[in-house]
Write a protein that binds this ligand. Structure first.
Ligand code: SF4
Ligand code: SF4
Length: 174
C-alpha cells in the first residue's frame, strides 16, 4: 500500500470524494493509458479487499480536471517538503568511490516527507551497503557537473552521514 504522506494529507481530506491515499494512487495509475498492470504488495486480507474495490472503480481517463489538479497540488507539496531537489535521474552515477548518491539523497528527503527520522536512520544503517553510504564520499566533486539540478552533492553527503549515521539534528537546507 502507498504510504500516507503528512504533507499531502490535507489535500486528500479536502477532496469531495473520500478515498485513502493508496486508492488515490491507484486511480491515478489506472487513469494512464500506458498502464496495463499495477503491482501492489499486500499483507492482509483487508488490503486485498481494498485493492479489489479500487480496481473495480478504475478506468482510463476517468479522473476529471479537479482531481488531476489535486495530484498537481500533492506533487508541489511533496517537492516543497523535500530539502534536496533530486529527481533520481542517476546522471551523477557511478560515483568513483561507490557512493549511491540518489539513494542517500532520497533517504534524507524521506526524513522530511514522512516526518520519520528513525525510519530513514534504520534504512541507512541496515539496508544501504557500507560503501554506498554518504560517509564514503571523498569530496572529489566528480558528480557535481553531471547533476542537472545543480545539487551540491559533496556538501550534502557529510550532512547526511551526520544526521542519519551519527544521529545529529536534521538540517533542512545547506
Ligand atoms: S563528491 Fe562524493 S559522491 Fe560525488 S563523486 Fe565524489 S565521492 Fe562520489
Ligand atoms: S544527477 Fe542530481 S538529480 Fe540526478 S540522481 Fe544525481 S543528484 Fe539526483
Amino acid at each position: 500500500m502507498a504510504q500516507d504522506l503528512p504533507a499531502t494529507r490535507p489535500i486528500w481530506e479536502a477532496a469531495p470524494e473520500k478515498r485513502t491515499p493508496a486508492d488515490w494512487a491507484f486511480q491515478w495509475l489506472w487513469d494512464q493509458p500506458e498502464v496495463a498492470v499495477t503491482l501492489s504488495g499486500m499483507s492482509t486480507l483487508e488490503q486485498v479487499q481494498q485493492n479489489i474495490e479500487a480496481a473495480d472503480k478504475a478506468k482510463i481517463g476517468q479522473l476529471g480536471a479537479s482531481e488531476l489538479g489535486m495530484f498537481e497540488k500533492a506533487k508541489e507539496a511533496i517537492e516543497a517538503k523535500s530539502p534536496i531537489p533530486c529527481t533520481r535521474c542517476e546522471y551523477c552515477m557511478p560515483c568513483p568511490n561507490g557512493v549511491n548518491i540518489p539513494r542517500n539523497l532520497d533517504l534524507y528527503n524521506e526524513v522530511a516527507m514522512y516526518e520519520d527520522i528513525k525510519g530513514s536512520r534504520f534504512v541507512y544503517n541496515n539496508f544501504v551497503g557500507e560503501t554506498e553510504r554518504a560517509a564514503n564520499c571523498i569530496q572529489c566533486d566528480e558528480c557535481l557537473e553531471k547533476c542537472p539540478q545543480n545539487i551540491q552533492i559533496s556538501s550534502w553527503m557529510p550532512v547526511i552521514e551526520d544526521v542519519l549515521g551519527k544521529n545529529q539534528d536534521f538540517v533542512p537546507s545547506l
